[in-house]
Design a protein around this ligand. Structure first.
Ligand SMILES: [Cu+2]
Length: 186
């Protein structure tokens, strides 16, 4: 896990992003066909890694408006495991991939060592209470209805750019530990 990209000024990444957008467009989203579970149907494999149902938690009215979580579903329609290795967003000075772990009976978040693996032909949910993209050093407040660009980098070299709507998420005390309340469109 490196965060070298996050430390660089965003503009230095822009030339690469043009290619990213092109790749993401070619990969397609499969919005029409995909009403199934994230684990998917192998027979419908499109040979691509796709990102669906992205959303970002609003920061308006939160204790710490400098950070928030981004949530989404990764579908791996290829024959090989792939690892989500990096994330970035123009609204965040820094982004990390986080997991939740139990420490002394409490769920806390930490950077996911080695990223987030998505099995061949399978899917992985990033949701409140579980894996998530941590957006830090936010450059502005995120209100419900806003949109946030996210770029996800994978171990096979692909990068997927998505536009995530900002949504309200009411949480209990602590960070994102409300398993079972995740919004998941599938
Ligand atoms: Cu986190």
């Amino acid at each position: 896990m490196t965060n070298t990209a996050a430390r660089r000024p965003w503009r230095t990444l822009m030339p690469g992003l043009a290619l990213v957008v092109a790749l993401a467009t070619l990969a397609g989203c499969g919005d029409d066909a995909d009403a199934t579970s994230p684990s998917g149907d192998p027979s419908s494999a499109s040979g691509a890694v796709t990102v669906e149902d992205p959303w970002v938690r609003a920061t308006t009215g939160t204790d710490d408006p400098t950070m928030t979580g981004a949530f989404l579903v990764v579908d791996n329609n290829t024959d090989e495991d792939v690892t989500l290795e990096s994330a970035s967003s123009p609204v965040a000075g820094m982004a990390q991939l986080h997991e939740m772990v139990a420490v002394d009976g409490e769920m806390v978040m930490q950077e996911a060592p080695g990223g987030i693996v998505v099995r061949a032909g399978g899917g992985q949910l990033l949701q409140p209470g579980g894996y998530h993209v941590m957006l830090m050093k936010l450059k502005r407040e995120l209100a419900p209805g806003d949109e946030v660009e996210l770029t996800l980098g994978f171990s096979d070299g692909t990068a997927v750019e998505v536009t995530a709507p900002v949504k309200e998420f009411t949480e209990e005390a602590g960070h994102y530990h409300s398993p079972g309340t995740a919004e998941h469109g599938h």
